[in-house]
Design a protein around this ligand. Sequence first.
Ligand code: SF4
Length: 435
Amino acid sequence: MNALPPSSGCASDLAVKKRPSNQTPILRERGQREVFCGLTGIIWLHRKMQDAFFLVVGSRTCAHLLQSAAGVMIFAEPRFATAIMEERDLAGMVDAQDELDRVVGRLLERRPDISTLFLVGSCPSEVIKLDLAKAAERLGAKHAGGVRILNYSGSGIETTFTQGEDACLASLVPEMPAGDPNGEQELLIVGSLPDIVEDQFLRLFEQLGINHVGALPARKSGDLPSVGPNTRYLLAQPFLAETAMALEGRGAQRLDALFPFGAEGTANWLRAAADAFGIDEMHFNNVIAGPRERAKRAIEHSAKQLGGKRISFLPDSQLEVPLARFLNQELGMEPVEVGTPYLHRKHLAQELELLPESVRLSEGQHVDKQLDRVREDKPDLTVCGLGLANPLEAEGFTTKWAIELVFSPIHGFEQAGDLAELFARPLRRRDVLKV
Ligand code: SF4
């Protein structure tokens, strides 16, 4: 098992074995991909942003994807929809901008509760070069006062599904109010977390004595946090490169840390904030000791199942590197191949240092070659997209759906046991079926 780097302080009891991230060899692949598109992010973003509405400008395929992924909302007013582009739109026989104005006008008339309207681009809208930025600007001016209208792309052209959240959050950054340059240092948690997890983190920061803490995205559009040179931000998700760049463009500084998965990842993430805000070492240790111990105990049960097992990740959610680190460091699993659609070396630097030297890292996707390597490696568990899971299971491989990790609460101390269990369950099921 690996351990935290010396700077983390939380791992002084563990042996340190560094893997210099800038020397890590990476297999770069480009070929056929098997991933969901960025529209998928709407499923969790619409639950998080309670007064936002997502209007996808797309085709019937886009509408089907959203409906089947989200289920039909029978009892609530829906907070996403698809403005379906018909053949005459695609053929340029009508002015799609006029059509969009009509759809948005009707929607806002019927739904005055909408505070933020996202116009979400798709493959069809991008193929016909429908300028949604222009549309958002025009419609924003027309409906000024009651609603903020923004746009981002959720298309499947050159994206993987978590990029939808990145694009959405990046579109919110210019809307964030400017922080007081002479005010106190503020902490910003960046990345959509289930409310219950966000509340746990907010409580921990409060106990630590860090009082000015905002979250992006905010639950209500009126609570959009401020940003400026006094902002220090912690990424809660490893797939927010564009958002991070936009925040830095507004003067915010990223706190370098592991991602908050498992006992050690969470401790390291909190410590980065504690160090930046000058929190006393002893106080920090006192605050996190209880929940950290609980997290360690919660994962013990799964460690028996997972210890020594070999795992491969096919590129899908962009969570692959921090999850591989967690499984190796805290559960003793052996990552064989860790494939990820995009590898942000800077944001993942500490994570990469902790991966064992034997791991094969790959970036991008060439599904046939990757499947061949899985067949050769014969891992005990393969984490992959939905479309690849069934064929692999049919060949006798045990799989875990990558998308489940995005939909489940997995961050923080209190969720560490559940996160470990998500990986242990398929192996347990396999063992039961074998008997
Ligand atoms: S955005 Fe593209 S990939 Fe996604 S559902 Fe629509 S057509 Fe399919």
